[in-house]
Structures are given as structure tokens and as C-alpha cells.
Design a protein around this ligand. Structure first.
Ligand code: NDP
Length: 479
């Protein structure tokens, strides 16, 4: 029988007031229920906010390295459970075992990274203009932070919000995505075992429209960090800023890889295929547009189609190259975009269908001759569907790459140093990569988008990831 998970509030694992639960199925075999989670409501969220608020003062006053020791221990506990959590992630979200293992490792590393950072928190000391004055800054926590996360990186994203929030002395309530909350619960089990005081971190599952909205609108919450779709993010922003909350949004993408005429076409096809079809195309940084110089266009289409056709989708726990979509809805959304692309006149080169087997599988799909203004070239598909666009020259490639609402990640494959540097200067994206895939991030450098991909206010990860969670006080101490 599937396990029943509870909310973690004020250091206790408790049921929702609704008395209802919701099941999460395995997207590779939808008859299998992996676990049941509390179908919480706004009152449950409110209770968690109050618990956090009551714990705030003591946690803020706890010395940084003491807070850090708990995060470091959390990392160690997660590491001990890595194999089990990897399997749970595969069964709830659908990634392959390798992809899921990489994501769990990322969460382990994030807790240990921010645990160590607690030794270096602090402000700056400056020379004062007057005598006998010490002039310096200190960074203080914001208070109660609400964290709202998507299903596609169900342990890494909660980790990269929770760890810096707790390191800097904030208290938190997490609302993970309803689709795959299991591995986020495991973080709270680890925090509890590591000795986190009651109420400092809480997790409440339930619909975005009730639990999420309560976090966003409650006067008891000081800041919201949200990762998810641009549509939901924009609503969150409007609601959260109404009472002056600090808000961080990281949202969708329509990420390009430019393939220049100087590119090694085989290398370019490897880079694009890895970016487009890895994690079933369900990454905010997935490559969904290959923008290819006319001189290498035909050769590139042939090479990338060969790679897509060689990918064998299958259950992540078996030896497969690509897992299923996370849900029936996500599969149907991808199939709808495949229909739209065909109606728009794009040339279907490979793939294009769901697999005739249990599970939410779609074939890796490549469309060529895609028009830059078409919906396939403009809208986030969030599946393994690549649009290939032909351009006349480098200027044309840059213009097409920038001609979308989004601006998250972008890459170029080129042997031309000048083009590479112009790309870095002119691309409208928060992440710019040369001769590399659009996916894959380092945890110690900032991450975030431009344009509709981000609120463009605060970055996540690295040292910058700490900034969102603190406010600076300037001290003039005239002794
Ligand atoms: P959604 O926007 O649908 O959901 C994100 C989170 O918001 C979920 O926890 C959801 O809850 C919650 N939510 C939904 N409605 C509300 C509301 N009215 N108020 C408050 N919270 C709400 O995104 P997905 O989960 O489908 O994730 C995929 C999206 O995330 C893609 O667009 C992807 O590009 C983006 N993403 C961006 C990243 C980045 O760093 N830029 C990284 C990873 C993903 P529930 O699950 O219950 O609906």
C-alpha cells in the first residue's frame, strides 16, 4: 500500500484539517500509486505560518555557524539516503535514474555549500568621516519566507531556496508542487533528524490556489520566493506585492542554441540534443530552438534527427535514455504543440507521437523549417520537442534568438572568437554559454533569467542566493 505523508508543522508530522489526501501516481506506470499527500487548505498554511513566526526570533538569534551545522548534518543525512531518494524521485517525477541521482546529489551539495557559508555571513566595515566612529553594515533575516516550487526539480529547487533562507536566519514554509512532493518531504525529515528547532521550517502540501495563495497573501509572510510558470508567477507577483512583500520569481524559458557556420556540426548536434531531450525536455533551461546558419543547416538537421531517433524512451528505473512526462496533462500539452506545429507548416523530421505503452511517453521530436514568429518558436513547450530555424548569418541568428518574450538560458556553438564574444554581449538571457548545452548549472554562481523568465530582482544560488533573504542595516557607532 502507498505510504501516506503528512505536513511538517512546528516540528510535528500532522494531518490536514480537511481530512483529505491526494495520490501521486508513477508516470511510467500510472496504475501505481507512489504515495498520498495531505490535501491541505488555507487554514493549514496559516497554522504553518504561525508556527514559523513563533520560531523566528530564536532562530534569527542563533549563531550562524550553529545554524550551518544543522544544514551540514542535513546534507549528510540526505547523502546517506541518496539511493532511496533517487528511486522515489524517479517514481514520482519520471526522470531516468542517472538524472534523478544527479538532482539528489545537487540537493546534498547545496545544503553542505550553504552550511559552510554560515561562517562567512556578515556585512562590511567602512572608514567613517568623523572621529571615534565605527561604520559598518550587518545583514539581518527578513522573517517568515514562503517558498513555492515546481515539480520538475522537486528536490533541487526546494533545497536551493530552503538552504540559503535558513542559513541567513529566516524561518520558512514550503509549498512544493502537488505533482511530486515526496523528495521535498525527505528534506524535512532530514532537517528534523539534524536537530532543527520546531517551527523553523515547515512543509504543507495542497493546491496552489489555496495553500500557495495563503502564503502569497498572508500578512504573516515577509517574502515569497517562487519558481514555476510565467503565468502563475505573474499572478503571485501582483498579489504578493500588494502588501509590500519582497518577491523573487524564476519562471519559464524558450532557450536557443545558435549553430554558427564555423561549428563542428557533430559537436553542435550532440550539444543541442543533450539540451533538448535531457530530462524529457522538462527543464526551464531546456534547448527548444536550434538557430542554424544556412551553410550548415541541412547537415545539422540530419545529425540532430539521427540523435533524436536513437533515444529510447522508457521507465527511469530501467536502462532507458529518456523518461516519461510527469503527468497525462503534460503529455497532452506536448502533443497539442506537436499538432500546432504541423498546422503551422513546420516539417516533422522525427518523432511526433505518444508511445503505445502504459506511461506518459512521447517520442523525441524534431521540427525543421520553423518560422521565428510561429507558436512553436515562441511558446514554452516543456517537452522533448526541438524547433530548428534557418538563418542567413550571425546577425540574423542573434535577432531571432532574442525575438522571444523569455530570456533564461542561451548557448552558441562556434569556432569564431568574435562571434562568441558578441553573443555573450548581446544575448538577452540570464545564462550565456559558449560551446555548451543550455541546461546544467553550477551551484556556486548566480542563476536567474531576464525578461519574462524572471522578476529580474534577485538571483538564486551562489553568494547572490543569500541576498534575497537578508536586509542590510547600516551602523554608525560613535564611541
Ligand atoms: P506552475 O506555475 O504550474 O506551479 C508552480 C508552483 O506554484 C506549484 O507549487 C503550484 O502548485 C503553485 N501554484 C499554482 N497556482 C498558484 C497560485 N495561484 N498561488 C500560489 N502558488 C500557486 O509550474 P509547474 O509546477 O508546472 O512547473 C513548470 C514551470 O516551472 C515551467 O514553466 C518551467 O519553465 C518553470 N521552471 C522555472 C525554473 C527557473 O528557475 N526559471 C526552474 C524550473 C521550472 P500546484 O502544484 O499545487 O499547482
Amino acid at each position: 500500500m502507498a505510504v501516506e505523508q503528512r505536513n511538517y508543522v512546528d516540528g510535528e508530522w500532522i494531518e490536514s484539517e480537511t481530512g483529505e489526501t491526494v495520490s501521486v501516481e508513477n508516470p511510467a506506470s500510472p496504475d501505481e500509486i507512489v504515495a498520498r499527500y495531505q490535501q491541505s487548505n488555507a487554514a493549514d498554511a496559516h497554522r504553518a505560518i504561525e508556527a514559523a513566526s513563533n520560531a523566528a526570533e530564536e532562530w534569527a538569534a542563533t549563531p550562524g555557524p550553529e545554524r550551518g551545522a544543522i544544514l551540514t548534518e542535513t546534507s549528510r543525512i540526505l547523502a546517506d539516503r541518496k539511493a532511496e531518494l533517487t528511486e522515489l524521485l524517479v517514481r514520482e517525477e519520471g526522470k531516468t535514474r542517472g538524472e534523478a541521482g544527479g538532482e539528489v546529489q545537487r540537493a546534498i551539495d547545496i545544503f553542505s555549500y550553504y552550511g559552510a557559508k554560515t561562517h562567512d555571513l556578515g556585512g562590511t566595515v567602512k572608514s567613517a568621516s568623523g572621529p571615534q566612529t565605527t561604520l559598518y553594515t550587518v545583514k539581518e533575516p527578513l522573517g517568515v519566507v514562503g517558498l513555492i516550487t515546481p515539480w520538475n526539480y522537486p528536490i533541487a529547487i526546494p533545497a536551493w531556496k530552503l538552504a540559503p533562507a535558513l542559513a541567513t536566519g529566516n524561518v520558512a514554509v514550503l509549498k512544493p508542487a502537488s505533482q511530486a512532493p515526496g523528495v521535498a518531504h525527505a528534506i524535512f525529515e532530514a532537517l528534523d533528524e539534524a536537530g532543527l528547532p520546531d517551527g523553523v521550517a515547515n512543509v504543507v502540501t495542497g493546491p496552489g490556489s489555496s495553500v500557495g495563495e495563503e502564503l502569497v497573501t498572508s500578512e504573516g509572510v515577509d517574502a515569497i520566493s517562487f519558481t514555476g510558470s510565467t503565468a502563475v508567477g505573474n499572478t503571485v507577483y501582483e498579489q504578493a506585492t500588494e502588501d509590500g512583500k519582497r518577491v523573487q520569481l524564476e519562471m519559464g524559458g524558450k532557450n536557443p542554441t545558435i549553430v554558427a557556420d564555423s561549428a563542428d556540426v557533430d559537436e553542435a548536434a550532440d550539444i543541442v540534443a543533450a539540451g533538448a531531450f535531457g530530462v524529457t525536455g522538462q527543464a526551464c533551461t531546456a534547448c527548444s530552438r536550434a538557430i542554424v546558419h544556412t551553410d550548415v543547416y541541412d547537415e545539422f538537421v540530419e545529425a540532430v534527427v539521427e540523435r533524436a531517433a536513437a533515444i529510447e524512451p522508457g521507465p527511469g528505473l530501467e536502462e532507458s535514455d529518456m523518461g516519461p512526462h510527469v503527468s497525462k496533462d503534460e503529455l497532452e500539452s506536448t502533443l497539442e504543440y506537436i499538432d500546432i506545429a504541423q498546422e503551422e507548416g513546420a516539417a516533422l523530421e522525427t518523432g511526433g507521437s505518444a508511445l503505445d505503452r502504459a506511461g506518459y511517453y512521447v517520442e523525441p521530436t524534431v521540427f525543421a523549417d520553423v518560422e521565428p514568429s510561429s507558436r512553436l518558436a515562441q511558446e514554452e513547450v516543456f517537452g522533448p520537442v526541438l524547433a530548428v530555424l534557418e538563418v542567413e548569418d550571425f546577425d540574423d541568428a542573434l535577432a531571432v534568438a532574442n525575438d522571444v518574450d523569455y530570456g533564461l538560458s542561451a548557448s552558441i556553438v562556434t569556432d569564431d572568437h568574435t562571434e562568441a564574444n558578441r553573443f555573450i554581449d548581446e544575448i538577452e538571457a540570464g545564462v550565456a554559454k559558449v560551446n555548451a548545452k543550455t541546461t546544467g548549472l553550477e551551484l556556486h554562481v548566480p542563476f536567474g533569467g531576464m525578461k519574462a523568465s524572471s522578476s529580474e530582482t534577485w538571483r538564486e544560488q551562489g553568494d547572490e542566493g543569500l541576498e534575497f533573504y537578508t536586509i542590510e542595516k547600516t551602523v554608525y557607532d560613535n564611541y
